[in-house]
Structures are given as C-alpha cells and as structure tokens.
Design a protein around this ligand. Structure first.
Ligand code: 5AD
Ligand code: SF4
Length: 439
C-alpha cells in the first residue's frame, strides 16, 4: 500500500443493530476529536469506515461489493483513493480474509478495538495496513472522548456480548462474552448525554437485562439511578433475553415512572421443540409467564419481539404454533427474519435446512399476522392522552414527529420544538403511525 495524505474528512456507514449505531456515533466523535471532519453530504470522504453487521444474509459479500463501489467511485486524477476501514462484526469474523480479498482496505478493526483507530490511521497514512480484532482488557469505553452533542433520544451501551449461544447466532463469536460496564461510568455518561441535550436514553446491550454491577445488582439499579437525573424524562432498554427478566427488573416497570411501558423480549419461535433446537433455554410457557408478570406490573405495557422462520427442521405445524403465539400475545411491534445459516454456528450444520420458497411463504404469513396485531394495538390507543417526545419536523408546515411512551410514531400539528414533550390526544391509527392533537 502506498503512503497517502492524512485524511481530512471521514464518513462512517453503520449497518445492522442499534449497538452498531452507537459504535458508529462513538467512532465519529473520536475521529472528529482527531481533527478529521465529517464529509459534507454528497461529497467523497478521505476516510470511509464501513461499520458492518454479520447477523444475517450475505453480509460479507455486501461488504466486498461496498468496497468495490467506493474504489470505483473514487477515480481521482492524482491517483489517490480514500482510506477504507472495515469495522463491526464482519471485521471481527473475517479479519485477515478481508485483507487478502480486498487490497483497497487499509484497516480492519473489530467492535471491541475501534478506540485504536487513530493509531491504525497513522499507519495507513504511512502505507502500512493493519488488522485489530483483539478484545482488550482496557475497554474502548475508557479510551473514547466524552460525548458533546446528541439528539433528544440517545443510546447508551451498558452491556456487550452474549454467553447464550443460541445455535443460529454469530453474536457470541463476534461480540465475545457478556461484559457489563461499571455503574459509575454509566451514570456519568448518562449525565453527559443529558447535558448534551438527551431527554430519553435507551440502554443498549446484546443482553441488556443481563447487566450486573459489581455487587451483582441488576439493571433496575441502573434504571433507578438514571431516573434520578432531573432533566432526563424517559428511559428504555433493549434487547433482552426472557431468562434474564428478574423480579427486580419487572418491579421497576411498576415503580419507576420514567421507565417507558415498552418491552422488547425476543422469543424467536412459538414451539418448544424448535426453541430447544435453537438452544433458547426457555419454553413457550415460561416466556408467557414472564409476560404475565410484566403485564401485572405495568398493565399498559407494549410488547415487542424477534422471530425467526424456517429454522432447520421447522415443520408446518411448528410454524403454526408461532402464529398462534403471535395472536395470543398481541404484539405492538416486532421484527421477523428468515433463518440465515451463519458460518461456524451449530444450526448451519443441521439437517433439514428449509427451502427458501417455504421460508418466503412463512415469513409473509407471519408478517401479515404481526401487522394485524400491530394495527390492533395502535387502534386501541386512539382516544388516549400521552406525551410525545418530539424528534423531528414533519413534511407539512407546523407538523412534528415523535414517539409515544409505547414507542409508536406519532405526528401532530402545533407549536413545538425538537426535544419537547407535548401532551396529545391520539386521534387516528395506521399500521405504522398515529395522528395526535395537542391538548
Ligand atoms: N438468521 C436469522 N435471524 C437471526 N437472528 C439472529 N441470528 C439469525 C440468523 N442466523 C435474529 C434473531 C435476533 C435478531 C437480532 O436477529 O431474531 O433476535
Ligand atoms: Fe444471539 Fe441468542 Fe445471544 Fe441473542 S441471546 S445475541 S440470539 S446468542
């Protein structure tokens, strides 16, 4: 690789989950602190960071084609090209292979090591390529600069990694073992987010409800501490595992007013044999028991989940069980996916992989069912009064968009500003949003 001038502008492109969004924002802040500016919209950047996701589908292939596109678009007269860094979970999983297959890439950095990017950029400027997929003991969180400007709704990563080893999932391999960030670091980072403009904080983790402080106390302790920050209005958390829903956390849904009535609790399938083959370590009945407890604590809670259709060996009858569960729970929203074999996971080697046409059909039926429960949930909200946290302006004059406590998108017309909590009456419901009228 030839030496190149130090980059003056950067662009971070994040794919996949909210943890990646958070990581992407932190990388951007770090690069800005190094004196590199975000590239203006529509302009080519000197440094492109692809913050990749490996959870489904041909993730790696997509990265290689993105790299190809960057190189092709950047035919500069002086022969220089943008520096390319591959970050995120594909970087962690493919490491050296990316270096071999994509000579245009100068840096490959895993999700636990991106605080070392400045050194890697310095190497790249001198023409040296580098790979860093360590999971170092000194964590990125200690090395990253403080946050300066954030929107009304901010993310805060509190926990990373997963020890559950669901048989379809790459996360335990790409993000490593479960770690919890220390309580005091999190409280001060939350305070800084609030000082920088956040009214709502969403606590993030691959298994956020597995968060523990040094004394073994669970996520409710952190939620209570954040609730004591006066200017913070709302707290959310995602994503959770059913087995880590403790009594204390469930009680927080009753006791902590700032904790929003919304729970994302993936179940993946509605049949016990499939759940066992997935190594989910919960049953349909134990999942429903947790939901009953949460509803007892917070009757208006909105429920959300993740589903996989077409796990190896899933029969038609087993899939029907999933549809039944959906109707029984009445989800407010959900994510649903076709099973995608991930290299190195046990499920990828299982017999009876399901043909794509069958998965397509099942996914369509599941999504129809989920759209139905979602619309029913939204319709049932009509007539209610609630606060909407204003996130942005709408297309029409005087129109604003924001979120209800139940994480529904709500639009209304009136006088407001971004970051306001506006009391509205919900007047109309569609499948994906509601209309409100300020009261
Ligand atoms: N195939 C399809 N969906 C998957 N998920 C995780 N791994 C896979 C896979 N191999 C889904 C799960 C998880 C969500 C984040 O992604 O539903 O909860
Ligand atoms: Fe993946 Fe299962 Fe861990 Fe979720 S709990 S990250 S699906 S292994």
């Amino acid at each position: 690789m030839r030496p190149s001038p130090p980059p003056r502008t950067f662009r971070v492109k994040s794919f996949g989950c909210q943890m990646n969004v958070y990581d992407g924002e932190r990388m951007a802040e770090m690069l800005a602190q190094q004196g590199i500016s975000p590239a203006p919209e529509g302009e080519e950047a000197d440094l492109v960071v692809l913050n990749t996701c490996h959870i489904r589908e041909k993730a790696a292939e997509k990265v290689y084609s993105d790299i190809g596109r960057i190189v092709k678009d950047a035919r500069r007269e002086d022969g220089t090209a943008p520096l390319i860094a591959v970050a995120g979970c594909v970087a962690q999983a493919e490491g050296e292979e990316i270096m071999t297959r994509a000579p245009a890439v100068s840096m490959v950095v895993g999700p636990q090591a991106y605080h070392r990017l400045p050194g890697m950029i310095a190497d790249a400027v001198e023409g040296r390529r580098s790979v860093d997929t360590d999971m170092p003991a000194e964590t990125k969180f200690d090395a990253l600069p403080a946050r300066r400007k954030v929107g009304p709704s901010a993310f805060l990563t509190v926990q990373e990694g997963c020890d559950k080893f669901c048989t379809y999932c790459v996360v335990p391999y790409t993000r490593g073992a479960e770690i919890s960030r220390p309580f005091s670091d999190l409280v001060s980072e939350a305070q800084r987010l609030v000082d920088a403009g956040a009214r709502e904080i969403t606590l993030l983790g691959q298994n956020v409800n597995a968060w523990r402080d040094g004394d073994g106390r669970g996520l409710e302790r952190l939620i209570e501490a954040l609730a004591a920050i006066p200017a913070l209005a709302r707290i959310r958390y995602t994503t959770s595992h059913p087995n880590d829903m403790t009594d204390g956390l469930i009680a927080a849904h009753r006791d902590v007013e700032k904790l929003m009535p919304f729970l994302h609790l993936p179940v993946q399938a509605g049949n016990d044999r499939v759940l066992k083959a997935m190594n989910r370590s919960h049953t349909v009945a134990s999942y429903l028991r947790v939901l009953d407890q949460v509803r007892a604590a917070r009757p208006d809670i909105a429920l959300s989940g993740d589903f996989i259709v077409g796990f190896p060996g899933e029969t038609d009858a087993e899939f029907e069980d999933t549809l039944r569960l959906v109707e029984q729970v009445g989800y407010a929203q959900c994510f649903s996916f076709k099973y995608s074999p991930r290299p190195g996971t046990p499920a990828a080697a299982m017999d009876r992989q399901i043909p794509m046409a069958v998965m397509d059909e099942r996914l369509k039926r599941l999504q129809d069912a989920l759209n139905g429960t979602q619309l029913a949930f939204n319709r049932a909200s009509v007539g209610q009064r609630c606060a909407v946290l204003v996130e942005r302006q709408g297309k029409q004059d005087g129109q604003w968009l924001g979120k209800s406590p139940w994480l529904q998108s709500v639009h209304f017309t009136g006088s407001a500003a971004i970051g306001d909590l506006i009391e509205v009456e919900l007047t109309q419901a569609g499948p994906n949003s509601l209309a409100g009228r300020p009261v």
